[in-house]
Design a protein. Structure first.
Length: 236
């Protein structure tokens, strides 16, 4: 059930890939990755709306908009923080699962199945359903066909995108301010401070979560290796 956890190569590769995805976030080729990152974010937001009395209206996906769950009602104060918080929690769980357990292939397949079901239930017939269903099937096949080491990297990357989703959300404010309003901007208007302040706070929280995850996994791996060493000496 144990995996190797994090190595220096994992650490550097994840940082490089996350940075590259941020730079080329709006490229059509990255739409599948954007769909999963948006799904992690919108899942937390949609859950908070439903819990606070609102409802899910529809699901949409497109080259410009990415993946979006449209909601109505609910408590605005809860919803405005639930997107980043939900993405960070789900990202942490994906990162921890990929580093600790041998469930990578199963989790990737479940992500694909969940995306297909969500699209068929809430999406209108058209490009939205086509985008999401095709990518959901592709995720399932990735989990089913590709070796565990690639699934491990895929889940670690999705985990990073969830933990640091705030950086991708604020990107729209910086690059296309007329067509995007981030949750960091909403927090500044609803609570206090500025969008940059909230971005820095959430990014700092994400960094703490990421480093604690690496430390947790590394500590468990070290203890496991020490126990394994004692057992091997006893066998001899």
């Amino acid at each position: 059930m144990r995996r190797s956890g994090f190595t220096l190569i994992h650490f550097l590769l994840l940082i490089l890939l996350t940075g590259a995805i941020w730079l080329f976030w709006e490229f059509p080729a990255l739409l599948p990755i954007r769909i999963i990152a948006d799904l992690l974010y919108d899942s937390g937001r949609a859950l908070s709306v439903v819990i606070s009395g609102g409802r899910i209206d529809s699901v949409s996906a497109g080259l410009e908009s990415g993946f979006t769950i449209a909601v109505s009602g609910g408590a605005e104060g809860l919803t405005v923080i639930a997107g980043y918080a939900g993405a960070m929690v789900l990202g942490f769980l994906l990162l921890l699962t990929s580093a600790v357990f041998r469930f990578d292939k199963l989790v990737t397949m479940l992500l694909g199945v969940g995306l297909v079901i969500l699209s068929l239930v809430f999406a209108s017939v058209g490009l939205t359903m086509v985008y999401a269903v095709i990518f959901g099937i592709a995720l399932f096949l990735i989990g089913f066909l590709l070796p565990g080491i690639l699934n491990d990297l895929v889940l670690k990357l999705f985990g990073m995108l969830g933990i640091f989703y705030v950086l991708f959300d604020i990107r729209g404010d910086l690059i296309n301010p007329s067509g995007h309003i981030s949750d960091a901007t909403r927090m500044a208007g609803y609570l206090f401070g500025t969008p940059i302040l909230w971005t820095l706070l959430w990014a700092a929280a994400g960094l703490i979560v990421f480093l604690l995850t690496v430390r947790l996994v590394s500590g468990k791996s070290s203890r496991s290796e020490r126990r394994g060493g004692r057992y091997s000496r006893r066998d001899y």
